[in-house]
Design a protein around this ligand. Structure first.
Ligand SMILES: Nc1ncnc2c1ncn2[C@@H]1O[C@H](COP(=O)(O)OP(=O)(O)O)[C@@H](O)[C@H]1O
Ligand SMILES: [Mg+2]
Length: 438
């Protein structure tokens, strides 16, 4: 039933996107201009992703086989597939209305009305599919049906849904997040590319933590943790609020004392090293709550991330960060405090990258961000992973973190209770019940 998981992920992305459209519609109602670049990128995404990939997969495999297996299917699927067929026309109508509205203020009301109808329709469609179609699929499809459907959904070479198509969707989504107003997106003027180059992970451990304990006075926050991160891996550490995730990250970077255990990093026991020495050796952290220095400029914040690095490389490294986050380049001389939450998160990640990490520690990078940006932050993590960065990612947003992780650990009140591949943990009943709200 991998296909259902993939469809649900698509749905949550689409839900985020429609929520963003509604928010932008509110702003237009209050007098903001209609930005054709933003809306065109939204419509491009919907056209490419929904009409060319998401719907055809459902129509050609899942829905087709459901109809063969159950007489009840038609009643549920007919209206859904009617929506699928109407999608392209609806989008081209919206595009035309949007162009008119961007040129003539008096045409805005008409555009907004159609836009609201569109987002309501999208949400109704997603809800109906999740509430009626998916349970029916679980009920009536056989194991051999799932084998066929899952194979189609998981085919990485597929021109519609494979890796290359996914990279294009991620890029389009990134454009939307960049072009959206700062209240819901990154609010930049340029929509630069996220660079992605693939390297393969090799199996040698970079970080090996054994029996790590840490205490706050008489309260034991970490009760003997064993965790390994191999070179090139993305490892997710997930768990509820208060589980000890932040304490673990701070113990690794050396700002939180450990009472027992050992930390081996890059072939050396670093348990006794000061935090700045650990940073020099390549452990760089983007802390929980971002913690950028508000009064300092963006550039100076980035320079702080490089204070353990030789001077002559700093300017060059900063240009690399700016290429990755063009929004920061545009605002390089402004105080960091003027940035939106999403922009500050990019700055916090950029600052950690300035230390040329061998291991990048990310503590809840999606915390407190607008829904559109949650996906954007995970896209950034994915693209760093694709460039070969080794990443330890801490998240309460377990589903999203495990989906991009090679492996994961579940932390509960200071102990690791489960470990496995990201995919195994997503499929684990215990994990689903506890962290995914399913
Ligand atoms: N500065 C502190 N003083 C005392 N207890 C703390 C402190 N910081 C965290 N704790 C406790 O340690 C446990 C783990 O917290 P934390 O590492 O922040 O969890 P998480 O990041 O998973 O939400 C919690 O029970 C929390 O109350
Ligand atoms: Mg925390």
């Amino acid at each position: 039933m991998q296909a259902l998981r993939i469809i649900s992920e698509d749905h949550s992305n689409l839900w985020r996107l429609t929520t963003t459209i509604d928010h932008v519609a509110d702003e237009i109602e209050e007098g903001a201009p209609v930005d054709p670049r933003f809306f065109n990128s939204v419509f491009d995404y919907l056209e490419h992703f929904v009409d060319r990939a998401h719907h055809p997969k459902e129509d050609d495999y899942l829905f087709r086989i459901m109809r063969e297996r159950s007489v009840k299917a038609a009643e549920i699927l007919d209206p859904l597939q009617r929506d699928h067929r109407n999608g392209p026309d609806q989008l081209s109508t919206l595009r035309a209305l949007m162009i008119e509205a961007s040129r003539h203020a008096e045409r805005r009301a008409e555009f907004l009305k159609s836009l609201r109808l569109f987002t309501m329709g999208q949400k109704a469609h997603i809800s109906a599919e999740e509430r009626y179609a998916m349970p029916l699929a679980r009920e009536v499809l056989h194991e051999t049906d799932w084998a066929e459907i899952d194979a189609a959904f998981l085919d990485r070479e597929d021109p519609l849904f494979g890796d290359q198509a996914k990279a294009e969707f991620a890029e389009l989504f990134h454009r939307i997040a960049s072009l959206a107003p700062a209240s819901v997106g990154l609010g930049g003027q340029t929509a630069g590319a996220l660079v992605a180059a693939t390297t393969t992970a090799n199996a040698e451990p970079l970080l090996r933590v054994r029996n790590l304990e840490s205490w706050y006075g008489r309260i034991q926050a970490l009760k003997g943790i064993d965790i390994e991160v191999r070179r090139g891996e993305t490892v997710a550490l997930v768990g509820a609020n208060g589980a000890g995730k932040t304490t673990f990250m701070r113990t690794l970077s050396g700002v939180q004392p450990m009472r027992a255990g050992s930390i081996e990093f890059d072939g050396m026991d670093i348990s006794k090293l000061r935090s700045d020495m650990r940073m020099r050796r390549g452990i760089c952290q983007s802390p929980e709550g971002r913690q950028v220095f508000g009064p300092l400029s963006i550039e100076d914040n980035l320079r702080l991330g490089a204070y353990t690095q030789p001077r002559q490389q700093v300017e060059g490294d900063m240009e690399k960060i700016f290429a990755m986050f063009p929004i920061l380049k545009e605002k390089r001389n402004l105080p960091a405090g003027t940035l939106s939450g999403g922009q500050q998160q990019m700055l916090a990640i950029g600052r950690a990258l300035m230390g040329r990490p061998k291991l990048l520690l990310l503590d809840e990078p999606s915390m407190g961000l607008a829904p559109l940006l949650v996906q954007e932050v995970f896209n950034v993590v994915k693209s760093l992973k694709a460039q070969g960065m080794t990443i330890l990612l801490v998240e309460q947003n377990a589903m999203a973190a495990l989906a991009i992780a090679d492996r994961g650990y579940v932390l509960e009140t200071g102990s690791v209770t489960l470990t496995g591949s990201g995919q195994d943990l997503i499929n684990n009943e215990q994990v689903r019940a506890a962290y995914l709200g399913m």
